[in-house]
Design a protein around this ligand. Structure first.
Ligand code: SF4
Ligand code: FES
Length: 220
């Protein structure tokens, strides 16, 4: 008979969770919030942001906590130097193009980029030779303006529209550093849920963050 609980330790705290639990959820039980951007418990796992890298003893490489299931006897360390360095690297890449004009941003103070930059200790990027990329704001629909400069391509909005709203009008267009969130050329983002979480046209200059809110929940 399969074990009904899996025992492991996360940052020295013993937890017992059902088989199949993801490390990021098990960590919550240990009182540890693993930094993350693309993961949301209500959406399919994408594993695209790499912000949730953690060290798992006896594993040759760091693991993404959002897509790794618990195993009996696992010893997970979220504060290991390698994990911290990897997460700082992710932030450094995000800060290549993400603006840091926080005083003019509505989201300042409630921003997970700010929070994790502070927590992980990577406040700037070394890629300062070129100006930050600038893509114009796009009108996606009655309630949503897309501001690509503030989008970190977590793809939550894409997955939300596809899997929750069942209206797959958004996509990731282009690749690599040219990637952005695109909308089907013949569609509008006018689903009633597109404005969840207080997204209002004309108010925010920062709908990318508002879109995050739209798919966020209190347990985040
Ligand atoms: S618009 Fe927001 S939710 Fe969508 S990918 Fe960009 S940061 Fe993520
Ligand atoms: S939260 Fe794990 S890869 Fe994005």
């Amino acid at each position: 008979m399969a074990d009904s609980v899996i025992n492991l330790t996360i940052d020295g705290v013993a937890v017992a969770v059902p088989p199949g639990t993801l490390l990021i959820e098990a960590a919550k039980q240990a009182g540890v919030l693993v930094p993350h951007y693309c993961y949301h418990p209500g959406l399919p796992v994408a594993g695209v942001c790499r912000m949730c890298l953690v060290h798992v003893e006896k594993q040759p490489k760091l693991a993404i906590a959002c897509a790794t299931q618990v195993a009996e006897g696992m010893v997970v360390n979220t504060t290991a130097a390698e994990a911290k360095a990897a997460r700082q690297g992710v932030l450094e890449f995000l800060l290549i193009n993400h603006p840091l004009d926080c005083p003019i941003c509505d989201q300042a103070g409630e921003c997970e980029l700010q929070d994790f930059v502070f927590q992980e200790g990577r406040a700037s990027t070394r890629y300062t030779e070129y100006p930050k990329r600038y893509n114009p704001v796009e009108d996606f629909g009655p309630d949503v303006l897309y501001v690509p400069n503030r989008c970190i391509l977590c793809t939550r909005c894409v997955r939300f529209m596809e899997d929750v709203a069942q209206e797959p009008v958004l996509n990731v267009s282009e690749r690599g550093d040219r990637a952005f969130i695109g909308i089907h050329p013949e569609s509008r983002l006018d689903h009633p849920w597109a404005g969840n979480g207080g997204l209002m046209r004309g108010l925010p200059r920062f709908p990318s963050i508002e879109l995050i809110r739209a798919v966020s929940s209190p347990q985040m």
